[in-house]
Each structure stands twice: as structure tokens, then as C-alpha cells.
Ligand binder design. Structure first.
Ligand SMILES: Cc1ncc(COP(=O)(O)O)c(C=O)c1O
Length: 378
């Protein structure tokens, strides 16, 4: 039976093995190549040897390991926040943050009409988080500050929660986070899910908060450890009060098994490497520049020239699948994808990492030139 999605028999930082063949890959979100770094892998192995594969219980019962607390200290240091909390994935981090903000007594009243405003392009982890936590939520147009301001004005008396992705990798844009914060009522919160900005955006890879110089206790930063950090898991970083509210009030934190020890150890080592090896981010930036130059040279519209993802929009899903298949025949893996909420007809997603070589990027460009149909939607 033909598989709907490929199942790799092994992967490397820039390669996948599929049906016995090694392909040069431009997929996924391992933007800094950390999932395959020898130090990260060694840390994960060592954690398995010390703790086993799983924490086997919720943090609130008997699953709390030194590794979790070390990772949380490391995350709060990294982001310069008072506190941080680790969850089993990034999706759950948004849910836990919304649950806490909706129900924490004292911080935000338990009011049936709690309102949340969110960018129209947010990841479904945010919209699911808002609806499952019982917020009445309203979307504003993608990056549309005047729409966001009109909604903020309408709901300013209800201390609305504003929620947005930090970096919209597939849309090639960043949230107008500084402007949102500037107009946020004093008793409101701004939730920024910076899953794709962390490790990529900002001078040292601290994400949009670093890029825009934001430091405000009303910000709740969430994200996935499974993108540039090369591990898996999720985090919430912010004021000690907010993080404590998540610990106390988020059933998605207290009712789930703690993040697995090797994943904690891997994430700690990744944070260490991001700081110790700034050249990784420099290499990624060089490759991002090359990817978007390629896009322009092959006639594609390239947006978000500071982000590691190129979206190739095609007439139809069939066209996208045909392009991906043609690249595959040439030994390149760049998947045709469906993106939640996307209005486009067909998409091929190409992502670069710090580990791609100049020769590999040239090969991508030459192959795209040969196989992009005329005229694609560019
Ligand atoms: C913006 C954003 N938030 C949250 C998530 C979910 O993260 P995780 O895969 O760790 O659950 C993703 C993953 O695709 C994401 O892109």
C-alpha cells in the first residue's frame, strides 16, 4: 500500500533515508542541526542510563526529576524571565498557559466572558488553547495592527488576553509584538508562542522578545523544544506569578506525565550549545540568505527573508506533489504539505538548517530551476 506520508528508516541533520535511498533533505524544523549533534545525543544517552527512558509520573506526584528543574532554570536564564516551566510538548504549553490565565484566581477573575484576541494565522495550539480554556476568542487579520487595536479598544475593560505566534515561519513574517505590548491594557497579558523564533530570531537566538527588546511581566512566552532546540517538549517562560499559576491551575500540566529524561537532557545541552557556539546561528543566517536569494533567482516570491522556510505555492495540491516527487527523483526531499488554515492550493515547504553546505544549497537551486513548472504561482 502506498503511504500517505513517508516513513524514514534514518535521518541526519540534512539527510533522510527513504526506501533504502539517502536523500538530501530540506524538511522539518531542526534549524540548528541540534537533534543530531554528538553532544546532544550523548546527553540524551547519559540521561537514559541514569533515569531510564521515562519519568513515569506527573511532576506533581513522583515524576519530578532534577533534570526538569535544571532545564527550567536554564530556560529562565536563557530568556531572562523570572521563571519557566517545562511541559511534554509545545502544543500543551499553550493549553496550560491559557488554562492558568483563565482560571488563576486573583490574577485574572473567573469570569465567564473572558476575552482573548489572536492573530488570524496563529498555530492551532493557540486557538485550541483559547477555546478549551473557555475564552471567548476573536481573530484579527494576519498582522493587522489596526484591526487588533480596534478589538483591543472594544474589549479593553475585560483585561483581554492577546495571543500570537512570535515568528510565523510558514507565512514569512513576525508578530508586531512590540506594538501589541505598547497597546496592551495594564491588567492584560500577551501570550507569544515563539516556537519558530527561538534559536533563529534575535541577535543571540532568543527569539522575537530579544529582537524587539521586550521585557515585561505581562508577556507569557511559550514554545516547543522540538524546533531549533532539536529535542521535544514545550515550555512556558514568564513572571514567577504566571508560572506558579500554571503549576497550580493547569490540569494539562498536573495531569500529564513529565517530559522524558533524555529529552530534558538534550534540551539543556542544546541551550548550552546555542550560547557556546554562536557560529551555528551565523551559519543558519548565511543559509537563510542563500535560500531566499535562490527563491528570487528561480522566480519565486520570497517573503520573510530572515526565516529559514521557503514556501513554494503551486496551482494545486497535485502540482505540489508533482514538484516534490520530481525533486525526490533527483535525490532531494522537500515535502508537499497541507498547512492548517492555508488558503493556498498547493504547497511545497523547503527549510534550511545551519548544517546545509553551500554545495547542497546550490544543488537545491539547480534542481528547482529544472523542475519548477512555467508559470508557477510565485
Ligand atoms: C507555532 C507552534 N506552536 C506550537 C507547536 C506545537 O509544538 P509541539 O510539536 O512541541 O507540540 C508547533 C508545532 O508545529 C508550532 O509550530
Amino acid at each position: 500500500m502506498k503511504r500517505a506520508v513517508p516513513a524514514f528508516s534514518s535521518t541526519g541533520p540534512t539527510s533522510v533515508r527513504l526506501d533504502g535511498v539517502d536523500l538530501l533533505s530540506f524538511h522539518g524544523c531542526g534549524y540548528l542541526g541540534l537533534a543530531h549533534d554528538p553532544h546532544v545525543r550523548a546527553a540524551a544517552h547519559e540521561a537514559i542510563d541514569r533515569f531510564g527512558v521515562s519519568g513515569l509520573a506527573s511532576r506533581n506526584t513522583s515524576g519530578n526529576l532534577e533534570l526538569h528543574e535544571r532545564l527550567e532554570e536554564r530556560l529562565s536564564e536563557f530568556f531572562g524571565t523570572e521563571a519557566a516551566l517545562v511541559l511534554t510538548d509545545g502544543y500543551l504549553a499553550d493549553i496550560a498557559a491559557a488554562q492558568a490565565l483563565r482560571h488563576a484566581p486573583g490574577q485574572l477573575p473567573d469570569d465567564a466572558d473572558r476575552v482573548a484576541l489572536h492573530d488570524a494565522d496563529v498555530h492551532p495550539s493557540i486557538t485550541d488553547a483559547l477555546s478549551s480554556a473557555g475564552f471567548q476568542s476573536f481573530g484579527y487579520g494576519a498582522g493587522d495592527m489596526s484591526h487588533a487595536l480596534a478589538l483591543l479598544d472594544l474589549h479593553k475593560d475585560g483585561a483581554p488576553l492577546v495571543a500570537t505566534d512570535g515568528a510565523f515561519a510558514m507565512h514569512g513574517r513576525l508578530a508586531p509584538a512590540a506594538e501589541l505590548l505598547r497597546h496592551l491594557p495594564t491588567n492584560a497579558n500577551l501570550l507569544i508562542d515563539d516556537s519558530h523564533g527561538v534559536g533563529v530570531v534575535g541577535r543571540t537566538g532568543r527569539g522575537v522578545v530579544e529582537l524587539f527588546g521586550l521585557d515585561d511581566p505581562r508577556i507569557i512566552l511559550t514554545g516547543s523544544l522540538a524546533k531549533a532546540l532539536g529535542s521535544a517538549g514545550g515550555f512556558i517562560a514568564g513572571s514567577a506569578e504566571t508560572v506558579e499559576a500554571v503549576r497550580r491551575h493547569a490540569s494539562s500540566f498536573s495531569g500529564t506525565t513529565a517530559l522524558a529524561p533524555p529529552l530534558c537532557a538534550a534540551a539543556i545541552t542544546s541551550l548550552d550549545l546555542i550560547e557556546a557556539e554562536p557560529e551555528r546561528l551565523e551559519r543558519l543566517r548565511a543559509n537563510i540568505g542563500q535560500l531566499h536569494r535562490t527563491a528570487r533567482r528561480v522566480g519565486l516570491r520570497s517573503t520573510g527573508t530572515f526565516l529559514p522556510v521557503l514556501r513554494i505555492e503551486m496551482e494545486s495540491e497535485d502540482d505540489a506533489r508533482r514538484l516534490s516527487a520530481a525533486l525526490h527523483v533527483e535525490g532531494i526531499f522537500a515535502p508537499a504539505i497541507r498547512y492548517h488554515g492555508a488558503s493556498t492550493r498547493g504547497l511545497v515547504r523547503c527549510a534550511v538548517t545551519s548544517e546545509h553546505t553551500a554545495a547542497e544549497l546550490r544543488r537545491l537551486e539547480e534542481t528547482l530551476i529544472r523542475h519548477l513548472p512555467e508559470p508557477p504561482i510565485r
